[in-house]
Design a protein around this ligand. Structure first.
Ligand code: AGP
Length: 607
């Protein structure tokens, strides 16, 4: 969603800002803009893509201090006027803002009463006027005065023509990073916009502000007392953040292909063959504390929630601890009961999803213990948790999550194994699962090798306006994730259903025009699943069956996609991979931009 960039240094700011905004494009946005402080403050903004902004940016825009923004419309449509930066009436102050000002309506009314003319529909514009109206004699003081009036979440950056050497930034709930260069400083809401210039980075904490000049940065609180936030070297490979296609292929494709390597990374150093267990040092929990866990509650959004359901099954099967997953976006609104002996697990690729972050904060406020399964190191959710497991998937650029998702699954498997082995899981079962996990990278490779056949099946599915994805028990969250991926990028209506529930209603929809993708692993439920497939076939419903070698489908006419066998408990991971390829090839055959699906953002940072 919205992205912030900033620059203070010796170079002309405008081209640097535009380039940095381009590196945030994958997050999803509908307009973009920059404000540059030179001999005066100049703002250029435009609805549309960053390249549209670049086209209208006057060639003579010069100045060594500036801020930029990609906007995802919340208050008001995507128009030039609603794009950020927003300014006060005199054009002295410019502001870019991520998040939502909750009391914007009241502030707009107050400003209007004071004779201020508001030109946009946005919540952010009020902030520019509040800064301009402040009587403080420093930019820091003006920003603090404005912040005292607003309620809500924000990452924001402010420039002022009267203070041309600096950018003042503030954070409350939306990430803000300061990157340290050689006599120049960078600001961004996402590491992706910084890494080309620097990997020495400071993460602002909630409630913190910073003054950024070419010489460095200082951090402080709203009462203007100094804080000690420092910059650290982040261990990332800048080339992994490059955007655009690789070898002419969409990023979703290269990210799917990377899964054997990313799963390998997620496992590295965490398996203990001798004691047939996993070691997750980041949990910050010893064996006694792990044994005291009476329940596991997993929270995430979208695909992270579905993989959380797979994780809950793993925890119940391996550790025999009751576990369930819930959409963080629901959990946080229902005044949840927080139990002291429940282990809460927040799962997120970006570490920024606002609903998941607020769920974590709700748990902590009520005294619960929460660990994170997070990909982005140092992200808001990772920092808010008591401990956790980094996924090591590497940067995920495509909106449709693939490699992060499979590393989430591995994270849950490791957690379940460690929890199981401090309880009743036998050494023999532990060994079986360690070996199963070790086999996964090569087996994912095998599934990916079957791409051609999957692509054929995808083309026939893409022709249908509506389809079902069905599975039972372990297979149901796999079906949910498969349907999610399919609808996200193909824009077809794809509905996930429990195989067992079909005859309680949805069977009425089955017809030759409504295909079903069925998840049928070789397990204790195969016979029941095959019986349900016969019911679908009897009503003329076309079938694509994702299954294991040797599963007997009898006389069924079905397109068959096979994945290798592993341990039954670990089946969901390998069953998920062909569904990614199905969605990908369906979307490609329909001519869609798979990396930037319509209406979707990579990180959902607004409620
Ligand atoms: C995945 O394909 C989706 N784009 C989406 O559901 C995503 O998983 C969800 O928004 C959660 O994101 P997170 O993992 O960054 O928290």
């Amino acid at each position: 969603m919205c992205g912030i960039v900033g620059y203070v240094g010796g170079q002309n700011a405008a081209p640097l800002l535009v380039e940095a905004l381009g590196r945030l494009e994958h997050r999803g946005y509908d307009s973009a803009g920059v404000a540059v402080v030179g001999s005066q403050l100049k703002v250029t903004k435009r609805a549309g893509r960053v390249r549209d902004l670049a086209e209208v940016l006057p060639k003579r825009t010069s100045g060594r201090v500036g801020i930029g923004h990609t906007r995802w419309a919340t208050h008001g449509p995507a128009t030039d006027v609603n794009a950020h930066p927003h300014t006060d009436a005199s054009g002295t102050v410019a502001v870019v803002h991520n998040g939502i000002i909750d009391n914007a309506a009241a502030l707009r009314a107050r400003l209007t009463d004071q004779g201020v003319e508001l030109v946009s529909d946005t919540d952010t514009e009020v902030f520019a006027h509040l800064v301009a109206l402040s009587g403080a004699d420093t930019l820091e003081g003006k920003v603090v005065d404005a912040l005292d009036a607003v309620e809500g979440t924000y990452g924001l950056a402010v420039v002022h023509a009267g203070f041309p050497d600096r950018v003042v930034v503030a954070r409350n709930g939306s990430p803000l990073l300061v990157g340290v260069g050689e006599k120049e400083m960078f600001i961004a809401s996402d590491l992706a916009a910084l890494v080309r210039h620097t990997t020495t980075v400071a993460h602002l904490a909630d409630g913190e502000l910073a003054t950024v000049t070419a010489a460095g940065f200082t951090t402080f609180r709203r009462d203007l007392t100094r804080t000690q936030t420092t910059a650290r070297e982040v261990d990332v490979d800048p080339s992994a953040y490059e955007h655009g296609q690789i070898d002419g292929r969409p990023r979703m494709y290269t990210e799917m292909l990377e899964q054997p390597a990313s799963v390998e990374r997620a496992l590295r150093g965490r398996l203990d063959e001798r004691f047939a267990t996993a070691h997750l040092g980041g949990l910050e929990m010893d064996a006694r504390e792990l044994r005291a866990v009476r329940r596991v509650k997993i929270l995430g959004c979208g695909s992270a929630y579905y993989v959380g359901q797979m994780g809950a099954s793993l925890v119940e099967e391996l550790a025999r601890v009751p576990a369930d997953a819930e959409a963080a976006s629901e959990f946080r609104y229902r005044d949840p009961v927080i139990e002291p002996d429940t282990l809460y697990v927040a799962v997120s690729q970006s570490g920024e999803t606002i609903d998941t972050l607020l769920a974590v904060e709700e748990i902590k406020r009520k005294g619960g213990r929460v660990i994170g399964l997070v990909n982005v190191v140092g992200s808001a959710i990772a920092r808010a948790c008591d401990g956790g497991i980094y996924l090591h998937a590497g940067p995920e650029i495509a909106v449709a999550s693939t490699k992060a998702l499979t590393t989430m699954y591995v994270g849950f498997a490791l957690l379940a194994l460690q929890l199981g082995r401090v309880r009743d899981l036998s050494v023999a079962d532990g060994r079986r699962l360690v070996a199963g996990l070790q086999a996964l990278p090569a087996q994912i490779e095998q599934v990916l090798d079957g791409e051609e056949r999957i692509a054929e099946a995808a083309k026939s599915l893409a022709a249908a306006e509506s389809l079902f994805f069905v599975g039972r028990v372990r297979g149901y969250p796999v079906a949910r994730e498969g349907a999610q991926k399919f609808k996200e990028i193909s824009y077809r209506h794809a509905e996930a259903y429990q195989m067992s529930e079909l005859k309680h209603g949805p069977l009425a929809l089955i017809s030759p025009d409504v295909p079903t993708v069925a998840i049928v692993p070789d397990d204790e439920l195969t016979d029941r699943n095959v019986a349900a497939l016969h019911e679908i076939a009897a009503r003329g419903g076309p079938l694509v069956v994702v299954t294991h070698p040797g599963v007997d489908l009898g006389e069924l006419r079905a397109e068959r996609i096979e994945v290798p066998r592993n341990e039954r408990e670990l089946d969901p991971l390998l069953l998920t991979v062909p569904l990614q390829l199905l969605a990908y090839h369906a979307a490609l055959s329909l001519g869609h931009d798979v990396d930037k699906p319509r209406n979707l953002a990579k990180s959902v940072t607004v409620e």
